[in-house]
Design a protein around this ligand. Structure first.
Ligand code: SF4
Length: 514
């Protein structure tokens, strides 16, 4: 059966709109310091002013912004129109952080009130996203009503939508009319044979499709929707779930296809799969990738386009900085009791202060990088960092729920991922088991930067060959990483230490977030 959208896809094989041209390739090759990473990672670089305005305080579209600005999701979209083998929306646990999980579902009116409540309490919250727990475009009226209400009362908040793409071509005009200028599409394949192993069925135009035919329709609709959005200048991010043995070797082709259609950012995420989640993949024992498998794939695609590496695969009701979740502070019951006063001026002045902090981080990194000028080495190392945000090393080892991982070389320091862990300190006492899970999570790192660390974990880390470093407490992360790397190189050159590649690390799934 031929779908109307096939013809449309041919007609709409468009290039990026002029205002975005140049920014795609440019930002993937240069950062603000001209050294490493992508434009979205580190400063304006060569992004156009218009594009920079769209991404600069968006925590998902700019790695740098994610240290300073927060986002929130509202769970107004319960229904879904496709089945993915990695998803089970029935599963709900307040300790669980992964897409599709929510504690309560909201009406558009409740969602709008919650957004104002969060905007009042967290002035650095700049983005409202609708990402489920089902598919926002399988619940179009609830989704668009929520955006309408919020855009009327809180015009400075950026609106984001995350979709599987099946219904996207039908709603592109409405998305544009509502000024939703960040859209995420989950695209796990462009080959329906691969897709049939990920999607058992879809429900489209009042009919259920299965297998290869279902995947073919889904893929066509996703790519058409992406082309239509980028033709209108709407910024698009593509999420892909890396599923070893199923689509891992296929994702490079997906990367090329979405880049050709004007996607701004590609976010390759690890499969979250455990039997207790009750998903098809969880129950069949399908594994997720290791940290190094994920990094290698992301690295191999990086020359092609901007890669997002700081995604936390958030719950559909997450609130706060990425890596923290304050949703429990904003339950419907609490929000109804809160005094909500949306104060645009206060929000703007707070955000200006955040911008100044951010400028200071960039300036510190730049000046530290100058100390590496003229040094050449093939050595690069990974460093894990305990941080509460603000771009500083400001978290106690025992309180860290995740470590941010930076790759450092003579080119500079680049954020390459994060690793969730269970708190080492739980209820005030140390757990040896927790230390083992932390070591497994950061086993590929040569050092861990912390604000403070106790004697026991310090010794345990040293035994595992990971150097605990607290002398940069409260300092800027990237500046400190570059300083550490310079000393590391000197120690290698003097023969004091030997540099050898570290092992692989485990991506911890379902770790505590509360
Ligand atoms: S799931 Fe990823 S892209 Fe979405 S809000 Fe969380 S970090 Fe951002």
């Amino acid at each position: 059966m031929e779908h109307g959208n096939q013809k449309g896809a041919t007609l709409l094989r468009v290039m990026q709109p002029p205002e975005l041209r140049g920014s795609q390739s440019g930002c993937s090759s240069k950062s603000g310091n001209g050294k490493s990473g992508c434009g979205s990672a580190a400063g304006q670089g060569d992004l156009s002013p218009e594009l920079w305005e769209k991404v600069k305080n968006h925590p998902c579209y700019s790695e740098e912004a994610h240290h300073h600005f927060a986002r929130m999701h509202v769970a107004v979209a319960p229904a879904c129109n496709i089945q993915c083998n990695y998803c089970n929306r029935k599963y709900d646990c307040s300790n669980e952080s992964r897409p599709g999980v929510v504690s309560e579902r909201l009406t558009p009116e409740q969602a709008a009130r919650k957004t104002l409540a969060v905007a009042s309490a967290i002035p650095q919250m700049t983005v409202l996203g609708i990402a489920g727990p089902g598919d926002p475009l399988a619940n179009p009226e609830k989704t668009f009503k929520t955006f309408e209400l919020v855009s009327r009362t809180a015009p400075d908040i950026k609106l984001c939508l995350s979709t599987n793409g099946l219904m996207l071509p039908d709603y592109v005009d409405r998305i544009q009319a509502l000024n939703i200028d960040h859209v995420t599409i989950t695209i796990n394949m462009i080959d329906p044979v691969v897709g049939a192993r990920i999607y058992p069925w879809i429900y489209f135009e009042k009919k259920r499709y299965e297998g290869v035919e279902a995947a073919r329709i889904l893929s066509e609709r996703q790519l058409l929707g992406l082309e239509m959005l980028t033709a209108r200048g709407i910024l698009c991010k593509v999420n892909s779930v890396m599923i070893p043995g199923i689509n891992d070797s296929h994702l490079a082709a997906v990367n090329k296809a979405v880049k050709a259609r004007g996607a701004f950012l590609h976010n390759i995420m690890p499969l979250i799969s455990a039997p207790e989640h009750g998903t098809v993949f969880g129950l069949s024992g399908q594994r997720g990738p290791s940290a190094q498998e994920l990094k290698q794939l992301q690295d191999s695609c990086e020359g092609e386009m901007n890669m997002m590496r700081h995604c936390r695969q958030c719950r559909a009701d997450a609130v706060g900085l990425l890596g923290e979740d304050r949703s429990a502070e904003f339950t419907t019951e609490k929000v109804m009791e809160m005094e909500v006063s949306y104060d645009l001026e206060r929000r703007q002045s707070y955000q200006q202060k955040v911008e100044l902090q951010r400028d200071a981080v960039v300036a510190a990194r730049k000046s530290e990088l100058e100390t590496l000028a003229g040094k050449h080495s093939s050595i690069s190392i990974l460093i894990a960092v305990a941080t509460k945000g603000g771009g500083r090393i400001n978290e106690h080892f025992g309180h860290a729920k995740e470590f941010q991982v930076y790759e450092v070389s003579t080119s500079g320091a680049k954020f390459v991922g994060h690793r969730r862990v269970d708190n080492y300190c739980q209820g005030g006492y140390a757990e040896e088991d927790s230390l083992e899970t932390v070591v497994r999570a950061i086993n590929d790192c040569v050092a861990v930067f912390v604000a403070r660390i106790g004697g026991c974990p310090r010794k345990g880390l040293e035994r595992a060959g990971i150097e605990p470093v607290d002398r940069f407490a409260l300092e800027y992360i990237e500046q400190s990483a570059i300083a550490y790397f310079r000393e590391y190189l000197e120690r290698v050159q003097s023969g004091e230490i030997t540099h050898s590649p570290r092992g692989d690390a485990e991506i911890r799934q379902g770790a505590l977030i509360a």
